[in-house]
Design a protein. Structure first.
Length: 366
């Protein structure tokens, strides 16, 4: 008998009647402010400025971004719907290049738009909304299965009374439509028994410090923050039993693009024989990308490294005026460093080219 899945009090988004409401992640943990998007342009801006982020949630939000645009245009001039949706999809797709979930969700929505061309505007908008809801529901369900499968895999391999698991960035209810991917696994493990969750701060946007810590505490789970730079030495000293992270795009050979700072964790885990686990729904798999070399890596403005936003607005400088900074926002972990890739359909163990191909061929989960 399966125990029930842990639930979450976090509401990252909602959609109703042409209005997309997003919990503004730029303001967490200080403020819980809702951002209302009623056009694709506003939605794209929210994505670009990281008010909303996390690969699976980007797919869901982009899909609803097309819905708000469809409602907006249909109310004014239904005849313009197809051109408006095309422009909106391109605008949304261009916001962030690395997470493949974004373009995959938009492709699904475009498919519905094409298949319903010539139909009544109201009916078409309803069908687009139904598809966006399906994308969200599928992601919610995928998180649950990933949580269960990943927790079982780790429990079998870590035989200490209270394991310490390190995670990076935010992969939870603020990054998906469900309990999360990597964080979903940690939520299930924490529900099953004693667990210490270590969260990398994740410089410079501080997804770990601001978001992962906020959502875990909101759900009554303890979390210990770790400066990113301390992870490798802690792993070397045997203080970490597993590293569990998410992904923004997984290539056919199992190379994993994820938040910058993931690759150094994989190197350290490999060097010290600590399991390194990647958790992601199949929507994060890009079977057309043979390996990680071709994955587009988002370069963000160095200004985001040089200054820290203040809770009351404005910024404080972290470096002298005149200093410049580089900000590659993602890195690629070679497949050989990844012990397991946990998806909703099962787990791939090395060699991942075969493991992932098998999962893709397996069809819908039983
Ligand atoms: O820049 P972000 O915050 O969108 O990056 C998010 C990550 O790198 C996550 O690890 C990834 O999207 C998986 S979220 C389930």
């Amino acid at each position: 008998v399966e125990t029930s899945l842990p639930s979450t009090a976090v509401v990252a988004y909602s959609y109703e009647g042409g209005v997309l409401r997003l919990l503004d992640q730029r303001l967490l943990p200080h403020e819980e402010t809702i951002l209302e998007c009623t056009s694709a342009l506003e939605t794209a801006e929210a994505i670009r400025t990281l008010a909303v982020r996390g690969a699976p949630l980007l797919g869901v939000v982009a899909a609803y971004g097309l819905c708000v645009e469809a409602r907006r245009v249909a109310a004014r001039s239904a005849g313009d719907l197809d051109v408006a949706l095309q422009v909106a999809a391109e605008r949304l797709a261009s916001t962030r290049p690395t997470a493949v979930n974004l373009s995959a969700a938009l492709d699904r929505m475009r498919h519905v738009a094409l298949a319903t061309a010539g139909g009544g505007a109201e009916e078409r908008v309803r069908l687009l909304e139904a598809e966006a809801a399906r994308i969200a529901e599928e992601d919610r369900a995928a998180c649950g299965r990933i949580g269960r499968l990943g927790a079982a895999w780790l429990r079998e391999r870590i035989r200490v009374p209270k394991p310490t698991v390190l995670t990076h960035c935010n992969t939870g209810a603020l990054a998906t439509a469900g309990i999360g991917t990597a964080l979903g696994i940690l939520r299930v493990l924490a529900a099953e028994g004693p667990l210490a969750i270590l969260a990398d701060e994740t410089r410079p946007f501080l997804q770990g410090a601001r978001l992962t810590a906020w959502e875990l505490l909101k759900d009554g789970l303890a979390v210990t923050l770790l400066p990113d730079v301390a992870a490798a030495s802690l792993i070397a000293r045997g203080r970490v039993h597993a590293v569990v992270v998410g992904a923004d795009r997984i290539a056919a050979n199992g190379d994993v693009a994820n938040k910058v700072g993931t690759y150094p964790l994989a190197l350290a885990a490999h060097a010290h024989g600590v399991p390194f686990v990647v958790a992601a729904p199949l929507t994060t798999l890009d079977p057309w990308m043979p390996d990680g070399a071709a994955v587009p890596i988002e370069e963000r403005d160095g200004a985001e490294v040089l200054r820290l936003p203040l809770s009351g607005g404005g910024h404080t400088a972290l470096a002298p005026a005149g200093a410049s900074a580089l900000y590659p926002a993602f890195d690629v972990t070679p497949s050989a460093l990844v012990n397991a890739i946990v998806t909703e359909r099962g787990i791939s163990e090395a060699p991942h080219a075969e493991g992932l191909a098998r999962l893709l061929a397996a069809g819908a989960p039983r």
